[in-house]
Every structure is written in C-alpha cells, then in structure tokens.
Design a protein around this ligand. Structure first.
Ligand code: C5P
Length: 218
C-alpha cells in the first residue's frame, strides 16, 4: 500500500504544527514542518542581503544553499537553525520569499522525498493543493484572527520576546493576506479537504478530530 500522507494546511497560528506533531506521534509516522523550510531559506537570503526582487542573485543563492532536514533538526549550511528561524524578523520577511516560484521549486522535491518511505504528517499552506495532492487525509485548520493572534502573542511572551497584541494581530493578518493572494500555490482549502475550526477547542480535542478522520479512511 501507499505510505500514509496526512496534509494539514491553514493560516498562521491556527495550531497546525502542534496538532500535526501530536497526530504524527500517535500514528508513528514522521512530522514535516514545511514552514520551517521556507523560514530557513528566508533566513539565508535575508542574512545575505538578497531581496526577493533580485532574480539572478536569488537563483545562484538557491543553487548553492545546503538545506537538510532530519527527524529533529533543520540544517542550513550544516547548522541547526531551529531557533533562528522563529523570530519576528523572519515572520516579517518570509512571505515575500515564499511567493516566488523559484523558492517554492527549490523545496518541492525535498518535501516529497520525506514522505516516500514511511509516509508523513505535513503542515503548511499548499500541502493538499500542490505538494501532496494525492494525500489520503486533507485537513484545513482555521481559527479566528483574534484567537490566532492571541496564541502567537502568548507564545512570544513565553519566549521573552517583546510584543504587543495589536501588532501581532496586524502582522498575522498581513502574512495571511500575502500567503492567500500570491499567484503560485496560494493558501486555500483544497476542494476535497475537511475544514476544522479550532476556536474554543483544546489541542487534545482538535488532535482527536484529526485522528478520527485518519481512522475513518484506514
Ligand atoms: O507555518 P509557518 O508560519 O512557519 O510558515 C511561514 C511562512 O512560510 C508562511 O507565512 C508562508 O509564507 C510560507 N509557507 C508557504 N508554504 C508552506 C509553508 C509555509 O508558503 N507550505
């Protein structure tokens, strides 16, 4: 049989990665955080001062950059950048890079490769629409803007990052606008995806609903 692929898409802060990790653990398959890949490329390009408009410089940088993922780490030029990719700076610049076909193509095979042996639970923006269109389970996870901003805000505070709730809310809206309106692989629910709103639900409840959907098809 084909390895099991569970595709989870949705806007920023909907709880995708928390839920996807728990679902993967429960099913005993690897978890793939595709946002981390876009963040790592954004970190690399931003640090080198290559803006999203400089096609030639972008092209050569994308050819030479080394990006690897293991079960636990994301390695950029051989170095684990798990913490560096989750800063307000990367939150601000990532969508512009992620809108470029050149950047998305650089990551396509890398993402598909991960699911080949043992299957996976993957989260992102275009899992069900572009990267894994044949995924057996497709979920579109949402929550209200305010709820998503509140979660991000609390997460930032926990990491001792200074942030105002209003700024976090505006930034989340801006990132969703950018991700939904780009022409290549925009954020949208796949026609055959199940939409789950997580407003007012606990992580355990959402994870349970996703697992129930998986068990239905197994
Ligand atoms: O999921 P996360 O918030 O870490 O994603 C960071 C950014 O990476 C998104 O705002 C989006 O611009 C981009 N992304 C994407 N396609 C994916 C995953 C992430 O364009 N599959």
């Amino acid at each position: 049989a084909q390895p099991l692929i569970v595709a989870i898409d949705g806007p920023a802060g909907a709880g995708k990665s928390t839920v996807a990790k728990l679902v993967a653990g429960s099913l005993g398959v690897p978890y793939l955080d595709t946002g981390a890949l876009y963040r790592a490329l954004a970190l690399f390009l931003d640090a080198r001062g290559i803006p999203p408009v400089e096609c030639d410089a972008l092209y050569s940088a994308l050819q030479e950059v080394s990006l690897e993922i293991t079960e636990k780490e994301i390695l950029l030029e051989g170095k684990n950048v798990g913490a560096e990719i989750r800063t307000p700076r990367i939150d601000t610049v990532v969508s512009a890079y992620a809108s470029l076909p050149m950047v998305r193509n650089r990551l396509l095979d890398l993402q598909r490769e991960q699911g080949k042996r043992k299957g996976l639970v993957a989260d992102g923006r275009d899992m069900a629409t572009v990267v894994f269109p044949d995924a057996r389970v497709k979920i579109f996870l949402t929550a209200s803007d305010e709820e998503r901003a509140r979660r991000r805000f609390l997460e930032l505070r926990e990491r001792k990052e200074n942030a105002r709730y209003e700024d976090v809310l505006e930034q989340i809206r801006e990132r969703d606008r950018a991700d939904s309106s780009r022409s290549t692989a925009p954020l949208r629910k796949a026609d055959d995806a199940v939409e789950l709103s997580t407003d007012g639900l606990t992580i355990g409840e959402v994870t349970g609903s996703v697992l129930a959907l998986v068990r239905e098809i197994l």
